[in-house]
Write a protein that binds this ligand. Structure first.
Ligand SMILES: [Cu+2]
Length: 161
């Protein structure tokens, strides 16, 4: 065997080892990913401390089941509270037309840190604590309105009747 051939073989061997090492690392990483999301079970919702990757919650909550809630009319105002820690609960809010509404969104972080509605004209930051959005009676005409997280990835509906 010539010196040149030996050199080439050695180079090829080194490349082969590098490729194998890369593939092995990749498979280990993939297995670790699977470990956190067992097949057939929904992924756990991230905790609401902002430590989870941005918008990891959006994938789950954006396609979540409808959770209906109706505002309670108290005197000349109707009120409802919405848990915004991981998706909106409720995410379908029923309001009475012509009565001012106060919707209180809970403190939230990460993907859910802001709540907004172009339809109803509000934008609030929820990282500092709960915020109450007041919608005046003249705005609350019968119809369906949309609200969402600040990234417009997690949505809720307000139905005024
Ligand atoms: Cu988001």
């Amino acid at each position: 065997m010539s010196a040149t051939t030996t050199k080439h073989l050695r180079t090829a061997l080194i490349v082969l080892i590098a490729v194998l090492a890369f593939v092995a690392t990749y498979q280990v990483a993939e297995a670790a990913d699977r470990g956190t999301q067992p097949a057939g079970e929904p992924a756990a919702l991230p905790v609401a401390d902002g430590a989870s990757p941005a918008c990891a919650c959006c994938g789950n909550s954006g396609t979540g089941e409808p959770i209906e809630g109706a505002a309670a009319v108290e005197g000349d105002v109707q009120r409802i509270s919405v848990d915004a820690t991981s998706g909106y609960d409720p995410n379908v809010i029923r309001l009475t037309a012509g009565v001012p509404a106060e919707i209180t969104f809970s403190q939230a972080s990460g993907c859910m840190a802001q709540v907004m509605s172009e339809d109803l004209g509000f934008y609030e930051d929820l990282t500092g604590g709960p915020k109450t959005v007041r919608i005046e009676a003249d705005v609350l005409q019968p119809g369906e309105y949309s609200f969402s997280c600040g990234m417009q990835m997690v949505f809720g509906t307000i139905i005024v009747e």
